[in-house]
Design a binder for this molecule. Structure first.
Ligand SMILES: Nc1ncnc2c1ncn2[C@@H]1O[C@H](COP(=O)(O)OP(=O)(O)OP(=O)(O)O)[C@@H](O)[C@H]1O
Length: 351
């Protein structure tokens, strides 16, 4: 089997004797795009900084292209790791033009090749007409594109992006995130990116890592993170959803207050086990002919769809997503049926 481009084994690192990243292992194949997600302070940036060689490692190892770059006993300097980086506050050189900023990492190339690569990278990020401008003459989004072009120019083995669009407004962020996917795939550059935005991660990544308290809870495809979450934390963190209490009846069903839910269980749970079943908004289907009618406690109109919060009991609320023409108002009831295709259930009180 081909060696992964990035391989991290049992990584631990932190600050001032305090462990921030604990026993983290993952691998990334060449050309793959991966996103790290997780609540603020869970160690995403620290992981990226350790890969970049900016933080020492207290245990475990990091390999890039099968070369050991970090372990407790060995730390290769950042500039020898073959990385491109765009970090949150990654300032461009203010006294250099856009073209000179992008050319910065290409000092070893002959000048005609350098100029060609600069033009190519600026075209990739759609800034080909801005070569002569200075950073202060660009918008925030354009500056981030230049930072990306600069990081891509030397054809890094691995690109590390730490919330590159965090400072931009939501519309621009979404647009750039979409373009970023195209740019990365055209350049065929292996990428590890930190983001707060789960939708951005799902849209962009081949692989998503969900972190909590310095641990990597799951490293998987976006589909599996969403539909087969490893635990309750991942289920709640990645995407909308609600839990409904029930009791396992057999390998294909759970009895709940709303009737029997059927589908294959993700894990083997013994009959009689009390569980919380994860129901995503698309598992609850609005259907005027359905006999089940639940009161609407909240209605979130997003333009393309509406997310209804439906009261099941004092402690249970379900979410139902419909197209935005379903014009039922808060306080009314919505007729729904349960449309689960598989069961994601966690034993009550499980982590
Ligand atoms: N230079 C530092 N010195 C000491 N502690 C630090 C330092 N940098 C980060 N930390 C601490 O390490 C923990 C992890 O921080 P990190 O920046 O990796 O989190 P994160 O998941 O990237 O968070 P965010 O999403 O808010 O950027 C936090 O508790 C933070 O306070």
């Amino acid at each position: 089997m081909k060696a992964p481009l990035l391989s991290i084994e049992n990584l631990a690192c932190g600050y001032h004797q305090q462990a921030v990243v604990k026993d983290l292992s993952l691998s990334l194949a060449a050309g793959e795009i991966a996103c790290l997600l997780g609540p603020s302070g869970c160690g995403k940036t620290t992981t990226l900084r350790a890969i970049a060689g900016l933080e020492p490692v207290t245990a475990g190892s990091i390999r890039i292209q099968d070369r050991l770059v970090s372990s407790h006993h060995h730390q290769m300097p950042p500039e020898q790791r073959g990385l491109g980086m765009v970090f949150q506050e990654h300032a461009l050189f203010p006294h250099l033009t856009v073209a000179d900023n992008v050319a910065f990492g290409l000092r070893k190339l002959p000048s005609n090749e350098k100029a060609k690569r600069v033009r190519e990278c600026l075209a990739r990020v759609r800034l080909d007409d801005m070569e002569a401008r200075y950073p202060h003459e660009l918008s925030g989004g354009q500056q981030q594109r230049v930072a990306l072009a600069r990081a891509l120019a030397p054809r890094p083995a691995l690109l590390l992006l730490d919330e590159p669009f965090a400072s931009l407004d939501l519309d621009l962020r979404r647009q750039l995130a979409q373009e970023l996917g195209d740019i990365l795939r055209e350049e065929n550059v292996t990428t590890l990116m930190v983001t707060h935005d789960q939708e951005e991660a799902f849209a962009l990544a081949d692989r998503v890592g969900v972190m909590r308290h310095g641990n990597l809870e799951q490293w998987d495809s976006p589909y599996n993170i969403y539909h087969a979450p490893a635990n309750r934390f991942v289920a709640e963190f990645a995407g909308y959803g609600a839990f409904l209490r029930g009791k396992v009846t057999d390998s294909h069903s759970v009895q709940t207050s709303l009737g029997e839910l059927t589908g294959r269980h993700q894990d083997s749970l013994l009959p009689g086990t009390e569980v919380d079943v994860l129901l995503r908004p698309e598992d609850i289907v609005a259907d005027e002919t359905a006999s089940l009618a639940l009161p609407i406690t909240r209605r979130q109109f997003t333009g393309a769809s509406i997310l209804y919060h439906l009261r099941v009991s004092a402690s249970e609320t379900l979410l139902c997503q419909t197209d935005s023409h379903t014009n039922v108002l808060e306080g009314d009831t919505l007729h729904v049926r349960l449309g689960t295709k598989h069961l994601v259930s966690f034993a009550v009180n499980s982590e």
